[in-house]
Design a protein around this ligand. Structure first.
Ligand code: SAH
Length: 219
């Protein structure tokens, strides 16, 4: 390390303490993953110094890497123990996929913009997460060949919960997704599949995401 290089590990520890634990995230595995995954690898190089700041950052193509707290909140909502197969929709930079891969057994991630799917692949490889499966396609339809999933994490706002995603959850599985108007505030919604046709719904508060575009999302 050069004397002028930022100490990213220290910045991540401060991020976890102030923004994540400090705001009520208490799952120890989530806190550990957020401290360990090198967020600076997933942001554009010229923004590396801002990687741990408390807001989203642009990643190109009009998209953003989510605010660290929101990634932690969604990861905690999935209640992962390390044995799960997880589907991540809206790969973007690949950062959330890396956090989920630190918490679950297997992660499948879908991104609709080809350039971002490529970027995420490179970022994940560079950060040591080559085991994450990345596909370019319409995530509103899920990943039928790899289904069912114990957890599904959607990082873009949907008009309603896509039926294909509900169908690809295991019984007991959890789906976290922002639902609400296209360019406004959404409700972070968590569905737990209780049985074949029974889903329990919880609301985790207001969030603001880019729109989920696709067959079962926005046109
Ligand atoms: N999880 C990302 C943040 C993603 S922002 C990260 O950690 O960096 C939301 C992403 O969802 C954008 O990259 C956008 O292109 C993508 N997206 C929007 N609609 C989609 C769809 N139907 N399928 C897959 N990706 C979609």
């Amino acid at each position: 390390m050069n004397a002028t290089d930022p100490d990213f590990a220290a910045l991540r520890r401060a991020m976890v303490k102030l923004q994540i634990a400090g705001r009520g995230i208490h799952d120890g595995r989530v806190l550990e993953a957020m401290a360990r995954v090198p967020r600076e690898v997933f942001v554009p190089a010229h923004l590396a110094d801002e990687a741990c700041e408390d807001h989203p950052l642009p990643i190109g193509h009009g998209q953003t890497i989510s605010q660290p707290y929101i990634v932690a909140l969604m990861a905690e909502a999935l209640e992962l123990t390390g044995r799960e197969r997880v589907l991540d929709i809206g790969t973007g930079s690949g950062y959330a996929a890396a956090v989920l891969a630190s918490l679950a057994l297997e992660v499948y991630s879908i991104e609709r913009i080809p350039e971002l799917a490529d970027l995420a692949r490179r970022n994940l490889d560079a950060a040591g997460f080559s085991q994450v499966h990345v596909m370019c396609g319409d995530g509103t339809l899920g990943w039928p060949e790899a289904a069912p999933f114990d957890g599904i994490c959607v990082a873009a706002g949907a008009p309603v919960v896509p039926d294909s995603l509900k169908q690809q959850l295991t019984i007991g599985g959890r789906l976290v997704i922002p639902v609400g108007p296209e360019h406004s505030v959404q409700q972070l919604t968590v569905l737990t599949r209780r049985s074949e046709h029974d889903y329990q719904q919880e609301n985790f508060g207001d969030v603001r995401f880019v729109p989920l575009l696709g067959e079962e999302g926005w046109p």
